[in-house]
Ligand binder design. Structure first.
Ligand SMILES: [Zn+2]
Length: 312
C-alpha cells in the first residue's frame, strides 16, 4: 500500500523503478514521515521503486523528489562501487582475453561485465517526467550532472569521489589534475591517477608541477606558432551536419576572423579564396565554418568539443 497518490506512470514504464529502471515491486513514499511535508517544494507522492531503492534513507528536510533521486543514486554508487570499477579497470575484450581467471577478477567470475553494465545502467537511468493526475511537477534544473564514460553522475565532484573510492586512487591527485587540465580531460587525468595510486605528498607535487609545465608549454607552442603564422596543427571540426575543414579554419585564423559576424562580412573573400574547389564544395566549406563559429559562441561547447581551443 502506498501512502500518497502515485505519480503518473506511462504504459511502457509500468512496473519500472523510477529511480533505477529495475523492475518495481515497492513504492517510495515521499515524504516517508508525514511530519516532513512542510519541507516539500511539491505535493507529496508515491513513486514506483524496486526493493533496493524503496528503502534508501534520506534526510528529513529533503525538499524534492530529485534530491531524493540523488541520495538513491549515491547509495547505488556506494553499494556497487566494485562493480562499477570493473568498467574502469578493464575493457570487455580484456575480460574475455583473461578467460575470467579467478586471479584477475576475484569473486566476480564470468558475469563481471554484466554486473558492471547493470550497475552502470541503474546509475545512469533518468526515470520519466513526473506528473500527478496529469499535472506536471516542475523541476528547474534539467541539465544537471556530469557524464563520464557513459555514466551520469550528480556532479563532477561526485564522479571524482566515486572514481577515487572505486579505484582506490590518491584522494588529492585526481581533483588537483582536473583543476589544471579541466573536466574535459578527465580521461587523461584518470590515466595518470591510476598509475600513481600510492604516492607521497612530494611525489604528488612533482607530478602536478610537471602537468602544469606541460600545459604551459602547450599554450606557448600554440602562441609562438600563431605569431609565426603557422597553423599546421589546426584540426578539422565536425559540427551538426557540417564540417569546418582544416583549410577553412586556417584561412579564418590567418585573416584574424574569429566571430560569426566577422565571417559573414568576409563571405565574398572566402568564396574567392576557395573558388578553385568548385561551387558546391566551396559552399559546404563555408557552411561548416559558419556552424563552427556559431558553436564557438557557447563557452561550454568550446571547453568540451573544440580541438583548436589554443588557436583562437
Ligand atoms: Zn530501483
Amino acid at each position: 500500500m502506498s501512502a500518497y497518490t502515485f505519480i503518473d506512470i506511462p504504459f511502457n514504464f509500468r512496473h519500472t523503478c523510477w529511480f533505477c529502471g529495475e523492475p518495481a515491486s515497492h513504492s517510495f513514499d515521499f515524504p516517508k514521515n508525514p511530519n516532513n511535508l512542510r519541507f516539500l517544494e511539491h505535493p507529496p507522492m508515491s513513486i514506483p521503486a524496486c526493493s533496493e531503492c524503496a528503502i534508501v534513507n534520506v534526510a528529513s528536510d529533503v525538499s524534492s523528489i530529485w534530491a531524493v533521486r540523488d541520495h538513491v543514486k549515491r547509495s547505488i554508487m556506494d553499494k556497487y562501487a566494485d562493480h562499477l570499477a570493473i568498467g574502469q579497470n578493464w575493457t570487455e575484450e580484456e575480460l574475455k582475453e583473461s578467460e575470467f581467471s579467478g586471479a584477475l577478477l576475484g569473486g566476480f567470475g564470468e558475469s563481471a561485465w554484466t554486473m558492471y553494465l547493470i550497475a552502470k545502467d541503474r546509475l545512469s537511468y533518468q526515470g520519466w517526467t513526473v506528473s500527478i493526475d496529469s499535472m506536471l511537477v516542475e523541476w528547474e534544473d534539467e541539465s544537471y550532472g556530469f557524464e563520464f564514460d557513459g555514466v551520469r553522475y550528480m556532479s563532477l565532484n561526485t564522479c571524482l569521489e566515486h572514481l577515487i573510492k572505486a579505484l582506490r586512487l590518491d584522494a588529492q591527485l585526481l581533483p588537483s589534475l582536473i583543476d589544471i587540465l579541466g573536466p574535459e580531460r578527465l580521461d587523461y587525468a584518470l590515466r595518470i591517477a591510476k598509475l600513481n595510486k600510492a604516492i607521497t605528498t612530494f611525489q604528488r607535487e612533482k607530478i602536478l608541477d610537471e602537468i602544469r609545465q606541460q600545459q604551459d608549454d602547450k599554450q606557448d607552442i600554440a602562441q609562438q606558432a600563431k605569431f609565426a603564422g603557422d597553423f599546421s596543427q589546426v584540426e578539422e571540426v565536425a559540427v551538426g551536419d557540417g564540417v569546418a575543414t582544416v583549410e577553412s579554419i586556417q584561412w579564418a585564423l590567418k585573416n584574424r576572423i574569429t566571430t560569426l559576424d566577422h565571417l559573414c562580412r568576409e563571405e565574398d573573400a572566402f568564396f574567392d579564396e576557395f573558388a578553385h574547389l568548385g561551387g558546391p564544395q566551396c559552399y559546404m566549406n563555408y557552411y561548416g565554418l559558419q556552424l563552427y563559429f556559431e558553436a564557438r559562441q557557447n563557452l561550454a561547447w568550446i571547453a568540451e568539443n573544440d580541438p583548436n581551443i589554443e588557436w583562437w
